[in-house]
Design a protein around this ligand. Structure first.
Ligand SMILES: [Zn+2]
Length: 98
């Protein structure tokens, strides 16, 4: 049985997490995007709604970090974060009942 984590990820009985679009294994439950590809660019590349320079608000470098499936290039996650911080986004699957 596989469990849908979100519209792009699923987890199988072995604990492997895979892309739902192309079935490429991306990681395991504890690190679901371990083998995904990450692109880091300026926050303004997210679109026209991101206009202000981060330097107006902080001394830290801020980046747009996008995570993609390495096979089909589906965008799995986007976050605008301080460049020196790891991703704070997480996913968890909890089975309720039986
Ligand atoms: Zn994929």
């Amino acid at each position: 049985m596989s469990v849908f984590i979100d519209e792009n990820l699923s987890q199988d009985d072995t604990g492997s997490v895979a892309c739902r679009h192309c079935t490429t294994v991306l990681g395991v439950a504890a690190h679901p995007l371990r083998d995904a590809r990450v692109r880091v660019t300026a926050p303004q590349t997210a679109g026209p709604s991101v206009r202000a320079e981060a330097s107006h608000f902080t001394d830290r470098e801020v980046v747009l970090r996008q995570t993609f499936c390495p096979e089909c290039l589906t965008l799995l996650q986007s976050e605008i974060v301080p460049a020196d911080e790891p991703s704070s986004r997480s996913r968890s699957v909890k089975v309720v009942g039986a």
